[in-house]
Design a protein around this ligand. Structure first.
Ligand code: XMP
Length: 323
């Protein structure tokens, strides 16, 4: 019979049998799946697991701390954090095309993650033979069902390593759906902020700035986004919406009147959507009071923003993200 306790016990036994006394690496993204997969593997093999978190500087307010502090506190996992903000911002400088941004972020992410893997391989200890991934059942079905291996190439000039290292995959969530993964996460003692997290794109706030990405713009968007999230949570709306991207139209300015006079600032877009699977979506009919509060607070508290607009487009024709 299916209980989360049974799933956890079964998976722990299976992970121990698979990994034995070797070591494993797990990349954390800040999302639910990688966090639950890592927590399960940590419970099974303890310090034989090293988690890696690449801080690309494109996360929302508080999210990196959630991984660095809350995840580690809840699981006791060994975590290597790579601060790669400058590298990502340098690579993104002057780039405003959405597909270009995605490509750059993906490429830099792989490079930084591989470098971290190589550093872990060079530490003293048993062989590192496994890579943990938070693959869910729907991903397995979509990709035809095979399990596999992952390669890293040691083209990073660190020396002393074989040219090509192959990891066997550990995928403890392969039989689970999203809601079951959340239940397992809860059972493992992960905080609600991690377990109940709404979807957030891998390229982060980088694809929520229409225009090129700078540190100043990211900081501004982080403030606006934090306010929107805070008010949606306070209004008890987190479960009613799929997610609510907050977008900065960095290339647009409009005239406003704030404080002592005329301003010429940027608009912030709120994009609350309801959806079952993100393939289609409808714009959420949020209460006017909540929208009013978010608008007032963002224009009062976030410098350089003088307008808040609401996206009332379903998907299709609009995608959920603006880029
Ligand atoms: P769209 O914008 O295509 O988004 O309607 C559908 C869902 O996918 C998320 N999304 C991404 N997730 N990497 C991700 O991991 C990406 O590049 C990416 N782009 C969009 C989006 O947040 C929504 O939940």
């Amino acid at each position: 019979n299916w209980t989360t306790t049974n799933v956890v016990e079964e998976q722990i036994a299976a992970i121990r049998a698979q990994v034995g006394d070797k070591r494993a690496i797990c990349g954390l993204s800040g999302g639910v799946d990688s966090a639950v997969a890592a927590a399960l593997v940590q419970k099974a093999i303890g310090s034989q697991l090293t988690c890696v978190y690449v801080d690309h500087g494109l996360m929302r307010k508080g999210e990196t701390e959630q991984v660095e502090k809350d995840f580690v506190a809840a699981t006791g996992a060994k975590l290597k954090v790579v601060d790669a903000e400058k590298r990502f911002l340098d690579a993104l400088a002057g780039v405003s095309d959405p597909e270009q941004k995605r490509k750059i972020i993906g490429r830099e992410f792989i490079r930084v993650f591989e470098q971290a893997q190589l550093e872990i391989l060079q530490e003293d200890g048993p062989e590192v033979a496994f890579l943990v991934q938070g693959t869910l059942y729907p991903d397995v079905v979509e990709s035809g069902g095979g399990t596999g291996t992952a390669n890293i190439k040691s083209h990073h000039n660190v020396g002393g390593l074989p040219d090509d290292i192959e990891f066997e995959l550990v995928e403890p969530l392969r039989q689970l759906f999203k809601d079951e993964v959340r239940m397992v996460g809860q059972e493992l003692g992960l905080p609600d902020e991690i377990v109940q997290r709404q979807p957030f794109p891998g390229p982060g706030l980088g694809i929520r700035i229409v225009g090129d990405v700078t540190k100043e713009r990211l900081d501004l968007l982080r403030e606006a986004d934090a306010i929107a999230r805070e008010e949606l949570t306070a209004a008890g709306l987190d479960r009613d919406i799929w997610q609510c991207p907050v977008v900065l139209l960095a290339d647009v300015r409009s005239v406003g009147v704030q404080g002592d006079g005329r301003t010429y600032g940027h608009p912030i877009v709120l994009r609350p959507v309801s959806s079952e699977d993100a393939m289609t979506a409808d714009w959420s009919r949020l209460p006017y009071e909540t929208l009013a509060k978010i608008s007032t607070r963002i224009t009062n508290e976030v410098a350089d923003v003088n307008r808040v607009v609401l996206d009332v487009t379903s998907k299709p024709p609009g995608t959920i993200e603006w880029e």
